[in-house]
Design a protein around this ligand. Structure first.
Ligand code: B12
Ligand code: SF4
Length: 580
């Protein structure tokens, strides 16, 4: 008997813009680790011949953020092989409506569909019943996959191949160990669709903290599960072997990965002894500078940019969301520690905490600009994400939340606020980008970068994207890519397909207007950089944000502003220090 193929097509769905078109680009900017994880697991199933010696497992993988999905072509290929399925991978809440639309079309073509990712896992982990959208997926005949699939993918494949896929696979109660887990990998031709050829891996999962807006702890748990240095080395070598050396390490909090040190030591060895030129983007918490050697080793291992969950500078807001580990009086010291290691800092900032007003938000952003040496700041609306404690509480109390999951992208206002109207909250979200990314502040950031020896070319590129994404493309920088694509026929279910004579001329105008605005922005920021580089004494630039913490223990001005809201917990500054 000859061999036959079992074709699995993995799609990481994107989501829709306000006009119902899929948000996608010629090149995306951030790789999908969910796609790499599931690809790696299926690739292993193929090598292990889990469907028998006579069946070749063929895998295709698409990230919809950078690739247009050819639905009828995929259906034809799976049918021609006589078996297979479509896997919708890493589907977040905001991507679930798109995932449902894809499911509808693939199911109409008679193909099995399996949907996994944080929306399915978060809802099943936290809610007493299945929300309407998950029920709709089941009604369409899709299978829902909750929990992690390491070590259990073969079972699913055998079920699908036998035509006996279960409606729900639920492994939430059984989180796999990571010590010998199969690792994420994507073929080079998929990685190169991401600008800068970044790929990703998770060196661990789980976070010990308890932030109430976080979904991660309720899906991946609070216990640190981590990969071995050998496996991390194998990931680096496998990617380097195909010319890929830039990594987004997707651990939500790499500083709390209990194996961080042996992992960094191995990466340092690869760089310093074996000449691997890798670059790392890490995500950490605001206390990481307290871990001896962490920042220094991260930098030596190739970390040149770090994402920090700053979230807010008002201690009352931080306490309200159980983000107790964020101690604002340590922020400046922590940011300066990264600067000393010449690592660019990128911080997330949430708008819409209960006591926030448009005025207080604007004031706080100005304080940050003046007193904290952050390079990139990005804004989010406080969002009850399915899977979080916040969402569960509102859901159980029946508090109104916007029912359209497509809007759960942290850019929309979805619930009522005690002080701000919906319009005020929406407006201050848009204004926040303008308040932070002024030309004057861009110049300050570049001056600070020069003084700290951070690569100003990298800073200026990041500043251009973060300053322009929302204002020019109308999307959050985390969803941004280069050259927006819209497919006339791939519009949100229920919205009309536009007439070509209206659609295409409008697209031409949109594209050229966006290109013009990007050109002007990039030119302006590059001119600022040239001015900074040419200025005398650039290397000795100093301002309040760069002044080291005061030796006498007195607190920075902004900490004194919030003195009455700092909880009197262990480690909090003494009242005399707060008094200045
Ligand atoms: C890396 C990352 C990104 C990357 C890449 C996306 C990706 N998924 O790879 C980028 C930067 C693009 C991104 C963006 C956003 N993200 Co994000 N992201 C993450 C992060 C940190 C890691 C994802 C990951 O790799 N996880 C590890 C993989 C292995 O887990 P997994 O996706 O659950 O997959 C496993 C199982 O679910 C299952 N599985 C998954 N799919 C499938 C499919 C099949 C067929 C099968 C059988 C099994 C299966 O098997 C996998 C292996 O075990 C997660 C947090 C986290 N810890 O997961 C947040 C997270 C997924 N992001 C989140 C959000 C909200 C966003 C944003 C909307 C906003 C923001 N602030 O981050 C944007 C917008 C994205 C968009 N385009 O719309 C939320 C989603 C919550 C929710 N309810 O949906 C999370 C959970 C973080 C959080 N804030 O709570 N993100
Ligand atoms: S520190 Fe980050 S990953 Fe950990 S609980 Fe808080 S939001 Fe979640």
């Amino acid at each position: 008997m000859g061999r036959r193929d079992f074709r699995i097509v993995l799609i990481k769905p994107s989501h829709y813009d306000a006009d119902g078109y899929v948000i996608q680009w010629m090149r995306s900017t951030i790789p999908s680790n969910s796609l790499a994880s599931v690809y790696g697991l299926l690739d292993e199933c193929g090598r292990d011949c889990v469907l028998g010696q006579g069946v070749e497992i063929a895998i295709e993988a698409f990230d919809e953020c950078n690739t247009i999905v050819d639905i009828s072509g995929i259906a034809a290929r799976i049918k021609a092989d006589g078996g297979g399925f479509v896997g919708l991978v890493g589907v977040q809440s905001n991507q679930f409506p798109r995932a449902l639309d894809l499911t509808r079309q693939f199911r109409a073509a008679g193909l099995p569909v399996v949907i996994g990712g944080f929306h399915v896992s978060g809802c099943i982990s936290m809610l007493p019943d299945l929300p309407a959208d998950l029920q709709e997926a089941l009604a369409l005949g899709a299978s829902l996959y909750a929990g992690e699939s390491e070590g259990r993918m073969a079972e699913l494949l055998r079920d699908v191949a036998a035509g006996a896929a279960k409606p729900v696979y639920n492994y939430l109660g059984d989180m796999p160990g990571m010590a010998a887990a199969t690792f994420p990998i994507l073929p080079r031709e998929i990685v190169t669709r991401v600008a800068g050829h970044y790929t990703s891996f998770d060196a661990g999962r789980g976070c010990p903290f308890q932030c109430s807006f976080c979904t991660i702890i309720n899906v991946q748990g609070r216990k640190s599960r981590y990969r071995t240095p050998d496996d991390v080395e194998a990931i680096v070598r496998a990617n380097a072997g195909q010319g890929v050396t830039r990594f987004f390490v997707t651990d939500d909090n790499f500083a709390r990965n209990k194996n961080w040190e042996p992992i960094l030591d191995r990466l340092i060895e690869l760089r310093e002894r074996h000449g691997f030129k890798m670059r790392l983007l890490l995500q950490v918490d605001t206390l990481c500078h307290r871990i001896p050697g962490f920042i220094e080793k991260a930098a030596r291992a190739g970390c040149n940019m770090v994402f920090i969950g700053l979230e807010n500078i008002n201690p009352e807001s931080l306490m309200g969301t159980k983000k107790r580990q964020n101690r604002i009086w340590e922020y400046r010291e922590m940011l300066q520690a990264w600067r000393r290691a010449k690592v660019m800092t990128w911080a997330g900032y949430i708008l819409g905490f209960p006591t926030d007003t448009p005025q207080s938000i604007a004031r706080d952003i100005e304080i940050i600009k003046k007193e904290l040496p952050i390079d990139i700041l990005e804004f989010f609306c406080l969002t009850p994400l399915p899977g979080s404690e916040d969402h569960k509480k509102l859901y159980l109390k029946g508090v109104p939340m916007d029912p359209d999951m497509n809007k759960y992208d942290l850019e929309h206002v979805l619930t009522a606020h005690p002080v701000m109207s919906k319009a005020e909250w929406e407006q201050i979200y848009l204004n926040a980008w303008k308040i932070y990314y002024t030309d004057d502040h861009v110049e300050t950031i570049l001056r600070r970068g020069m003084a700290s020896g951070i690569d100003t070319r990298k800073i200026v590129d990041a500043l251009t994207i973060f300053s322009g994404a929302t204002r020019i493309e109308g999307v959050h920088p985390l969803q941004f890519g280069f050259v927006r694509r819209k497919v006339r026929r791939q519009r949100r279910h229920g919205m009309p397909i536009e007439n070509p004579s209206i659609f295409y001329p409008r697209r031409a105008v949109e594209l050229s207007a966006a290109a013009g605005r990007w050109f002007l922005l990039a030119r302006r920021y590059r001119a600022i950089r040239r001015r900074v580089l040419a200025s005398r004494n650039a290397a000795s630039y100093i301002d309040e944000a760069l002044i080291p913490p005061m030796a006498d223990g007195a607190m920075p001005h902004f900490v004194q502003v919030f003195a009455d809201r700092i909880p009197k917990t262990h480690g909090a500054p003494a009242q005399e220090a707060l008094a200045g």
